[in-house]
Design a protein around this ligand. Structure first.
Ligand code: MG
Length: 258
């Protein structure tokens, strides 16, 4: 495992990238409404990204096995879709949906990555609670990150909180280091993994990670659809996803995508 700690001026560059991601997710939040397609969200994300001189990170990411490269600029995952949903003119947002949008950019060689789950119209209480609880898991990480803290301790508090609300944390997908590459070491699970028990991550100034809790209304299990990309819950119940790119700094944490 090779963790590249970032210098202050590099974190500053990542913040610039992160502010484009924040702007896009703010704008998409304004657009989300009944009747809007996930393709419309995708087009707007690309428009803003290009206008700011940045590159969208997700389009063209190679697929696993026989899957095509990812065709979208955003991932848009509705209801039981957990992550990696493909934006489409056929996916129309309906009243009561929740839609998770994940978006990343590269600006002047530095990356940033974030996700939010939006509510469409009047969302049933259990799904609304799920969205709010998943955001709270991310907020817990932001509150607790500082130099010297062990990641396992933060991961445990996220996992415990999700469980206390009656939800389950997805284990097949995890957060990640980020920098010049979208995915760098270390892996950053939102639960206490066997790997963390063997070798914990002790936070240090200059560590920049994308923390991205994925929380399910029902059981934690997921599966991939035939498109090779879209991850759905095995039980068909809703899932939510929130993510920030976070830099550990001397006195705590800096939210680069907030
Ligand atoms: Mg990510």
């Amino acid at each position: 495992m090779a963790i590249h700690l970032k210098k202050n001026e590099q974190v500053e560059k990542m913040y610039r990238a992160g502010q484009i991601v924040r702007e896009v997710l703010d704008r998409l939040g304004e657009m989300v409404a009944v009747g809007v397609t996930t393709e419309e969200l995708d087009v707007e994300a690309e428009r803003i990204c290009t206008a700011r001189g940045a590159d969208c990170l997700f389009k063209g990411v190679p697929g696993r096995g026989k899957a095509d490269p990812f065709p979208g600029n955003i991932c848009a995952s509705i209801n039981e879709e957990v992550v990696h949903g493909i934006p489409s003119p056929r996916r129309v947002l309906e009243d009561g949906d929740i839609v998770s949008v994940d978006f990343g950019v590269q600006l002047n060689g530095w990356c940033a990555d974030a996700a939010r789950t939006y509510c469409v119209g009047t969302v049933p209480r259990d799904a609304r609670n799920l969205v709010e609880a998943t955001k709270h898991c991310l907020d817990l990480a932001v509150e607790r990150m500082r130099p010297g803290e062990k990641w396992s301790s933060i991961a445990r508090s996220m996992q415990d909180y999700a469980r206390s609300r009656g939800f389950s944390v997805v284990e097949e997908f995890v957060g990640h280091g980020i920098g010049r590459e979208m995915h760098e070491d270390p892996k950053v699970p939102n639960f206490v993994s066997a790997e963390l028990r063997r070798r914990d991550i002790v936070l240090k100034p200059g560590l920049v990670i994308a923390v991205e809790p994925m929380v399910n209304l029902g059981a934690k299990g997921v599966r991939v659809l035939g498109d090779g990309w879209t991850i759905v819950t095995a039980d068909g119940k809703c899932s939510a996803h929130w993510e920030h790119t976070l830099a550990v700094i001397d006195n705590g944490v800096r939210v680069l995508t907030g």
